[in-house]
Design a binder for this molecule. Structure first.
Ligand SMILES: [Fe+2]
Length: 251
């Protein structure tokens, strides 16, 4: 008798255990399905983030290209400055890389080189292309262009550092530049680079008042300003790079 009670109890336990096991298996399966759904949702949101980033990059590129179009249109009106920004951008990138600046920052400096004079769009033609020397008032107008360049790109959050370079590309090592009279290393390195590339290209290009200078003469003038109006180390770097390019052209 006692034996059959024990047996039926054991059977009942076994049934309970079986049902518990099945319930827990069902929960496990539910959990697995939930995990799978979560994994899918995560993958999807990751894909959204990647797509969003691509769209943002494309948008950045499109905005930048339209600004570049504007800068090129401005330059194209003047045969003396045609291609100037492209060359300044290229030399600025080369200098930045040679100075050990990481690629992404060097690219940003090159972009600033491309857009540095964008603010000249706000200067009246009569002042911008005046053949003779400028009056004090006309100089005051001309000297506003770095600030205007920076203002034009100011809404572009991704180009905040570039805007700073645009603003300071006419500062001088000895503090005699504009708009803020910054000196030495207080001038952002990108602005010091663009300033030197800008001057080298201007010296080696034709101007209404003189024909282009030879590389050797441009180097002599840069060297004269090294440590005075121009950063000495970066000027030496520019001379080395352009010397190499001139030697290659001579081959
Ligand atoms: Fe400028």
């Amino acid at each position: 008798m006692a034996g059959s009670v024990a047996l039926s109890q054991a059977l009942s336990y076994a049934r309970d255990l079986k049902s518990l096991y099945e319930t827990s298996r069902a929960r496990e399966r539910e959990l697995e399905q939930t995990q799978e759904r979560l994994r899918n949702a995560y993958q999807q949101s990751l894909q959204y983030a990647i797509d969003l980033r691509k769209t943002y990059r494309r948008l950045q590129h499109a905005i930048f290209q339209s600004l570049l179009g504007l800068a090129n249109a401005l330059e194209a009106k003047d045969p003396y400055t045609r291609g100037h920004s492209e060359r300044v951008g290229a030399l600025a990138r080369q200098m930045a890389r040679a100075a050990g600046i990481p690629t992404a920052t060097a690219d940003m400096i090159a972009q600033a080189g491309l857009l540095h004079d964008l603010g000249k769009i706000a200067i009246p033609e009569g002042v911008l292309r005046k053949p003779g020397s400028l009056t004090d008032e006309e100089w005051a107008v001309m000297r506003r262009h770095p600030v205007v360049s920076a203002q034009i790109v100011a809404p572009l959050e991704f180009f905040a550092e570039g805007a700073v370079i645009l603003r300071h590309h006419h500062e001088r090592h000895d503090g005699s530049g504009y708009p803020d009279g910054l000196r030495g290393e207080l001038i952002p390195i990108g602005a010091r680079i663009v300033a030197i590339a800008d001057i080298y290209d201007a010296l080696t290009s034709d101007r209404p008042y003189r024909t282009r200078l030879s590389h050797a003469e441009a180097v002599r003038r840069l060297d004269e300003q090294a440590g005075r109006t121009l950063d000495p180390d970066l000027t030496a770097l520019c001379i080395r790079l352009t010397d190499d390019a001139a030697a290659e052209r001579a081959l």
